[in-house]
Ligand binder design. Structure first.
Ligand SMILES: C[S@@+](CC[C@H](N)C(=O)[O-])C[C@H]1O[C@@H](n2cnc3c(N)ncnc32)[C@H](O)[C@@H]1O
Length: 236
């Protein structure tokens, strides 16, 4: 069999929110690359997919630094992309797992930029964190003519302010460490009553805040925290 690389979306956290296609492929891999939050640390993505791995699969954890040093980050992306390509050239079935959906705010995309042989690559889509949060909180993302904006809270304040004005619904990702600033922007836009925040959706530690005005600015939040805003949703 010739080598192939699969970018596999794990979904938001619950092990049964991975796709059937993803689970089937995981069972056939020779090698699985799993991103870990810290050097030598655990991989949340790996803990989600472990039950689907075949006995033959070798797992390689890789750490992607979050540092501001872009040369360091690019060096690691170059290294991991080259390692994936070398495994495929050696005829192996190789997986790279990524949380939520692989094509949304994912380190995988930096590897994709460096891979120039799409005929040996398949990307398996997954449930995004915000799809899971909308379902868990029973708050729709958008309907009819409404627009949905997906914004990273790392964006400049003015861009977030404009997005809050422009869209009917919004997903505000990467809230961790920025909650107080985002809460102020939501209050200034008159949107606090239309927003909710969920952390670790579908994982055992899932938390949901529906009254953001009552959440303290210094509320400790997990890294996986997201705010949904829907200006027009109300139950009848
Ligand atoms: C690097 S991005 C990964 C996004 C992912 N690829 C997706 O499809 O949702 C990390 C951000 O996703 C959001 N996120 C991921 N998983 C989450 C979860 N289970 N609960 C809440 N937010 C989550 C948070 O906003 C976090 O800061």
């Amino acid at each position: 069999m010739s080598g192939k690389l699969y970018a596999l979306s794990t979904g938001p956290g619950a092990t049964d929110l991975i796709t059937v296609r993803g689970a089937r492929i995981l069972g056939q891999l020779d090698v699985l690359y799993a991103p870990a939050g810290r050097k030598g640390g655990d991989s949340l993505a790996l803990s989600i997919v472990r039950e689907y791995l075949g006995v033959q699969t070798e797992v390689r954890c890789c750490h992607f630094p979050m540092s501001a040093d872009s040369a360091e980050k690019e060096g690691v992306w170059d290294e991991v992309a080259a390692a994936l390509a070398a495994e495929v050239q050696a005829g192996k079935q190789v997986g790279f797992i990524t949380l939520g959906d692989a094509m949304l705010f994912s380190t995988w995309v930096f590897l994709l930029q460096r891979l120039v042989q799409p005929q040996w690559l398949e990307i398996v889509p997954g449930v995004t964190s915000f799809a899971a949060i909308a379902a868990r909180a029973q708050m729709p993302l958008a309907m009819e003519q409404q627009s949905l904006g997906v914004v990273s809270c790392t964006a400049p304040e003015e861009e977030i302010r404009q997005a809050l004005q422009q869209h009917d619904s919004l997903v505000l990702m990467k809230v961790y460490g920025r909650f107080a600033r985002i809460k102020t922007l939501l209050a200034q836009a008159g949107l606090l009553e239309h927003a909710l925040m969920m952390a670790e959706a579908t994982l055992p530690g899932e938390q949901c805040w529906r009254q953001l005005s009552e959440v303290r600015d210094d509320q400790p939040l997990p890294y996986f925290s997201t705010i949904l805003v829907n200006k027009q949703w109300e139950r009848r």
